[in-house]
Design a protein around this ligand. Structure first.
Ligand code: ZN
Length: 184
């Protein structure tokens, strides 16, 4: 609860992104809302994860449902395209986890690369991740990526904060343009 208030105070006052605790990531009336939900549970770590996705994604997709990343669903009819040939999806989750790690530590929460990468074996491209065969080596590889990234200057909390607000301005301009066009 204390961390939630800190996040609200530092990142959501005056932001274009709305914090709605019991959602994951959604777009309602054209507006992006994020919260702490993952499946049936709500947790501050999930909110930090969605905030990290917002900061990591390119500007064109930062206000889009699912961060524009639902590749598997889009390609589901074409069997040949279901199996990814790269590990770009997992690479992205590593970058997101590096931001998330530093954000959680900023809030005084305990977080480790090892713990944050645990659900990564659900990734569609998991078989292409180095360190296999088996999950153990791949999870190690991911944790090492997250740790190395999280130590870089561009993943520190001040860089995260700058990028957060830059993207919020991008989004605010987009919302203003839409409101003018539709007169609302
Ligand atoms: Zn993610």
């Amino acid at each position: 609860m204390q961390q939630r208030r800190q996040l609200e105070r530092e990142f959501f006052h005056g932001a274009a992104v709305r914090l709605v605790w019991d959602v994951s990531q959604e777009v309602l009336d054209g507006r992006l809302r994020i919260g702490g939900r993952a499946g049936p549970v709500m947790h501050i770590a999930n909110l930090c994860h969605e905030m990290a996705h917002f900061v990591e994604i390119d500007d064109s997709r930062c206000g889009v449902l699912g961060w524009g990343l639902h590749i598997r669903k889009i390609w589901v009819i074409d069997q040949l395209c279901i199996e990814p040939l790269t590990h770009q999806g997992t690479d992205r989750e590593c970058r997101v986890a590096a931001y998330q790690l530093n954000l959680m530590r900023h809030l005084g929460l305990r977080a480790t690369p090892e713990k944050l990468v645990r659900p990564f074996h659900y990734q569609a491209d998991w078989w292409n991740v180095p360190g296999g065969p088996g999950d153990k080596g791949r999870l190690r590889w991911c944790a090492d990526q997250v740790k190395a990234l999280s130590e870089k200057p561009e993943y520190q909390i001040d860089a995260f904060t700058r990028e957060w607000w830059r993207k919020n301005h991008v989004l605010a301009h987009r919302y203003e343009a839409l409101a003018q066009r539709y007169g609302s």
